[in-house]
Write a protein that binds this ligand. Structure first.
Ligand SMILES: Cc1cc2nc3c(=O)[nH]c(=O)nc-3n(C[C@H](O)[C@H](O)[C@H](O)COP(=O)(O)OP(=O)(O)OC[C@H]3O[C@@H](n4cnc5c(N)ncnc54)[C@H](O)[C@@H]3O)c2cc1C
Length: 446
């Protein structure tokens, strides 16, 4: 008689989540909770070992908040999830493995999965304007630190510059894109520039040129018109030159050329012109729209039930087929449902569609001002700024980080912005070596 094959204990189902932002971290967190009794084998792979609260990035860029305080380490948040700090370079969908490597280590590792969750977010859209790679981005912690150092460095140079044309170029700041990110950055930047002028004897705020360029007809299209008008007026009063219906034809090192031919010499050009397709997704043979993975309303990929996607990298259709916006408030809610859906699918139950009606949008404008809609109520000025701060403070996981943020904010109320340039690598830093204004060719000075 043939012997019955001996079967060992069944190995737990392997869930691999790629991306440690709002989508990935909240999915892992919710999965941990939902499967506490029957643990899954959950692995989160992300490039950095911290989770960034992007709405607080503006204040990290101005030095109001210590950069470390706008991020939270991932490991303590995810007690039963296996965390791997690595860059995912590819996914072999036939063999069901993720390829990943740690920065600086040429070896690639394979991470096998039964269920894969893609939450890699997006990248700064550099595909619209020729020469976009010359502009700074504002998406990561490194971007915020780099921008702050660059601004302080330009002020140091401008303070001793005797050539008026060169000085003007050093003190010209161009922001491309007047959506939420561009406008919030403009708000914080104008406050920062205004405050640090006090520390430089030969730089007056009136000498600064701050220009915001928007290709579309509307300033801040994400907000109701009267709130957008309030933000427009606030920034204009701070001397921001806002131009809508203004296309940028190209960006060169040290200058921006507009569609009508005008050339603006500027050492600081910041691109806030939307989110582009993540390069990892481009490699995957999955249906995409606007660079995002098309998923069913449940966030599952149609022909690959083992793959799910959420957040900025997913095209999740609402009830009329339009994609949900690429916002943190959506990503974290998608994450909670996606975790529940993975559990439901494991039990053979039907996953539920994602349905969410936003309760509001807010934007900080610096100088204790802001705008927002909460439910149906519109708020502006100091109240909006305070509500904005409190809401995002509570998005930071853990009281230890929240307390540090509150202390930073309190200190900022009483003291001027710090102008210490924490540039530990100096000109050796690869980013700096490319971007230092002194080394940029720039347009010839008349
Ligand atoms: C400056 C700024 C301000 C914002 N303010 C607001 C706001 O006020 N309100 C709001 O609702 N939304 C805001 N947003 C949008 C919000 O941040 C995003 O919608 C949200 O972060 C999307 O979450 P996500 O998890 O999809 O992507 P992300 O948060 O971008 O996370 C993606 C993660 O994947 C990791 N990753 C990427 N590629 C790889 C790879 N190949 N291998 C491994 N890991 C990888 C990244 O390092 C990152 O940790 C803001 C965005 C920015 C840039």
């Amino acid at each position: 008689m043939a012997e019955e094959p001996t079967t060992g204990p069944k190995s737990p189902h392997r869930v691999v989540i790629v991306g440690g932002g709002f989508g990935g971290v909240y999915t892992a967190h919710a999965l941990q909770k939902l499967t506490a009794a029957t643990p899954l084998d959950i692995t989160l792979v992300s490039r950095e070992n911290y989770f960034l609260i992007t709405p607080l990035l503006f204040e990290a860029g101005s030095g109001v908040l210590d950069p470390r305080h706008v991020v939270s380490p991932i490991r303590p948040l995810l007690t039963t999830t296996h965390f791997i700090e690595a860059q995912v370079t590819g996914v072999d969908m036939d063999r069901r493995v993720v390829n990943a490597s740690h920065e600086g280590d040429p070896r690639s590792h394979e991470i096998p999965y039964d269920t894969l969750v893609l939450a890699v977010g997006g990248v700064t859209n550099r595909s619209i304007i020729p020469g976009s790679e010359q502009a700074l981005a504002f998406k990561t912690l490194a971007d915020a630190i780099f921008l702050r150092n660059q601004v302080i460095d330009l002020f140091e140079q401008a303070d001793v510059e005797t050539d008026p044309a060169r000085k003007q170029r050093l003190l010209t700041f161009v922001l491309i894109g007047a959506g939420l990110v561009g406008v919030e950055l403009a708000g914080e930047l104008t406050e920062f520039l205004h405050n640090i002028c006090r520390s430089y004897r030969h730089v007056r705020y009136e000498e600064l040129r701050m220009i915001m360029l928007e290709a579309g007809p509307r300033f801040l299209p994400e907000m109701a018109e009267d709130l957008a008008n309030f933000a427009h007026k606030t920034l204009a009063q701070r001397r921001m030159d806002i131009r809508v219906n203004t296309k940028v034809a190209k960006i060169d090192p040290g200058s921006v050329t507009l569609g009508e031919g005008e050339n603006i010499a500027a050492h600081t050009i910041i691109l806030c012109a939307g989110i582009g397709a993540h390069p990892l997704l481009e490699k995957l043979p999955l249906e995409k729209q606007r660079g995002r993975i098309v998923v069913e309303p449940t966030m599952r990929v149609k022909d690959h039930p083992e793959i799910w996607a959420l957040g900025d990298c997913a095209f999740i259709p609402d009830s009329v087929g339009k994609p949900y916006p690429q916002l943190a408030q959506h990503a974290l809610r998608e994450a909670r449902l996606l975790a529940a859906n993975i559990v439901a699918a494991g039990k053979g139950e039907a996953p539920a569609p994602f349905v969410y009606q936003s309760m509001g949008t807010m934007a900080a404008l610096g100088h204790f001002s802001g705008i927002g809609r909460v439910m149906k109520v519109q708020i502006r000025g100091f109240v909006a700024w305070w509500v904005w701060r409190t809401y995002y403070l509570m998005q930071m996981p853990g009281w230890s980080r929240r307390l540090r943020i509150v202390i930073d904010w309190t200190i900022a109320l009483f003291f001027h912005n710090d102008i210490v340039k924490l540039d530990l690598y100096g000109l050796e830093h690869p980013l700096r070596a490319q971007k230092t204004p002194a080394e940029r060719p720039g347009p010839p000075t008349p």
